[in-house]
Design a protein around this ligand. Structure first.
Ligand code: FES
Length: 73
């Protein structure tokens, strides 16, 4: 699902950025994905996805292969 229509960012792209870089702010998520906030309407949704992804990552055992820790291709 597209979360940010200005930068065409999907929820999956945000989850992947969280699993690789553990950003602390929505601004850092944009940076990880090579863009920046435009209108800002998506910031709250990005924050929610970040919170879900980072809390899921914290609850996983090392080496798991859940959605928060996709295996590298
Ligand atoms: S919808 Fe994300 S910056 Fe506009």
């Amino acid at each position: 699902m597209i979360v940010c229509s200005c930068n065409v960012l999907s929820d999956q792209a945000i989850r992947t950025a969280c699993s690789k870089a553990a950003p602390r702010t929505a601004g850092q998520v944009y940076g990880c994905l090579g863009c920046s906030a435009q209108c800002g309407r998506c910031a709250r949704t990005i924050r929610k996805i970040m919170d879900e992804a980072l809390s899921a990552a914290a609850a996983c055992p090392a080496g798991c292969a859940c959605a928060a820790h996709p295996k590298e291709a």
